[in-house]
Design a protein. Sequence first.
Length: 439
Amino acid sequence: MNEAFALGTDGVAITGFIVLFVLMLLRVPVGMAMGLVGVTGYSYLVGGGPALKLVGQTSMRTVTDYTFGVIPMFILMGAFVSNSGVSRELFRAANTLVGHLKGGLGIATVVACGGFAAICGSSVATAATFANVAYPEMRRYGYPQTFSTGVIAAGGTLGAMLPPSTVLAVYGIITQQDIGKLFAAGVLPGILAMSMYVITVALIGVARPKFLPAGTPSTWTQRIKGLRDVWAPLLLFAFVIGGLYGGLFTPTEAGGVGAGGAFVLGVLRRRLSRALIRKSLLDATRTSAAVFTVLIGAILFGYFLTVTQTPQKITVFLTGLGLGRYGVLVLIMLMYLVLGCLMDAMAMIILTVPIIFPVITALGFDPIWFGVIIVMTVELGLIHPPVGMNVFVIKSVVKDVSFTTIFLGVIPFVITDLIRLAILISFPIIALYLPGRMG
């Protein structure tokens, strides 16, 4: 009887995954698809009554949970910052410092993307913003389309690594890890990512001297003015992350402080009109609603996985392959690279982490370090061919460029990302140094 039930649950689990991917291919929203499959599968195995109770309890618990409040707060902070024109100020400041160098506008784009991502926390939003801000400037100075779009697509991926990262926060919620430590763990890898992108741009300039032009030098007056314009976002970032790192407030409180600080700075600097405040609130509400829909769907799907014991079975299967812990890790990362062609970063994290996380803990990997590795791998999926979410975002903003052109432009940065992943796997201390000092 038990054997028959085991066979039955395996069959139901496989059917559930097949139906889930079919629904996603039919463009059913990921959260809805996961919730539908989760509730239907749970109802089939346990009963309709408990399944319906689960829907109400899960929905109410998720939207009222204090811990989950970190998500809408940081999204609201990013919306205020985005709508107050900070992206242009960051780009202008970086351009006055390095724009005169060969490939300087590319370096300025990477630095500005990193600064904006550190406050916004969204890769797609960063890519879309700088497709509007940086692309016209690079084209005006004679930069090729391939490089211009490639560096923006790559720079956008910094959004999920540098704190406050919504993706890292969701990973922490799912795996019950300290979100503050996860944010701290993303700082040095995020700086490493920015540095390696800057080096990549410089190497392209050296290897192909006529490919990247140099801009016009800025005066010291212009440079000082540019730096003076970005004091507000830098102060906000330092206060929020410093407070988190120093233990002054929890991640949810940090989100509230960040959102309030972004609002006050925007109003005081006269960068947020009544219309922009309303737009920021609406943008944050829509994005938060979408994230919570996916979260509720994922939790419902997680109950279905628990009943079928799918995580435990996958753990036994992968650890029994005889590949060693790093062999299994490479296998998991390859899976994420493939999934990157099919769905966005948030959906990938929410769908797969409940299944993969038990494998990682069974193999003895540090969960904080793995959070950084998984987010970095997922972000690589946003730019690599044949489908990359950031590439599609840039194409929607820049109408006169082809997908092939953008993908050609991101190839050097994909290679850089693979090297960076190898470095972080070889030297976990890069990600674990700052969390280790938090106690």
